[in-house]
Design a protein around this ligand. Structure first.
Ligand SMILES: Cc1cc2nc3c(=O)[nH]c(=O)nc-3n(C[C@H](O)[C@H](O)[C@H](O)COP(=O)(O)O)c2cc1C
Length: 147
């Protein structure tokens, strides 16, 4: 069974809510051989991540950067970066009206050489139909890369 990990950090719940929206859009699209798993970055565990075929990575925008827990994810996994090379991924950011952390997340994913899908999902409010359409398009691209 292949796995897609939706890894996120959330303090006040907005990013967790978006992670759950993404899972609810992704799951009905999954073939029987693939499952998705929601993982909080606070429970980071390399053993749990290393077999993941693809990643969806989410963070709040903190001071125009990703939250510390997400940075720790990247810092801690740097020594294992060869494992993540070319794995399909896309990112999502929730923010309070800025959203500059999108670039930080893209740069970090670039350093790990993920096969990164754009656009990065970014929102300062609960997911509306337009955002859900964008999420679905990113999920379709992700699944195409897993074929
Ligand atoms: C410490 C801190 C720093 C923040 N910095 C920014 C920022 O630079 N730009 C921005 O647009 N929003 C900023 N915000 C707002 C959060 O990104 C936004 O509320 C986000 O949705 C919180 O996610 P969460 O509910 O998953 O914790 C900041 C919030 C906190 C707590």
């Amino acid at each position: 069974m292949a796995k897609i990990t939706i890894l996120y950090y959330s303090k006040e719940g907005h990013t967790k809510a978006l992670a759950e929206v993404i899972k609810s859009i992704l799951d009905p699209m999954l073939p029987a051989r693939i499952q998705s798993e929601l993982v909080s970055a606070t429970t980071l565990n390399f053993e749990r991540l290393k077999d993941s075929a693809a990643f969806i990575l989410g963070s709040p925008d903190y001071f125009s950067y990703v939250a510390g827990y997400m940075k720790t994810f990247f810092d801690d996994l740097w020594e294992h970066r060869a494992i993540f090379k070319d794995r399909p991924a896309f990112g999502f950011i929730t923010h309070g009206g800025g959203g500059k952390a999108t670039k930080a997340l893209e740069d970090l994913c670039g350093s790990f050489k993920f096969n990164y899908i754009k656009p990065t999902i970014s929102t300062g409010k609960p997911a509306d139909e337009k955002l859900k359409t964008q999420i679905k398009a990113n999920c379709e691209k992700l699944l195409k890369l897993l074929k």
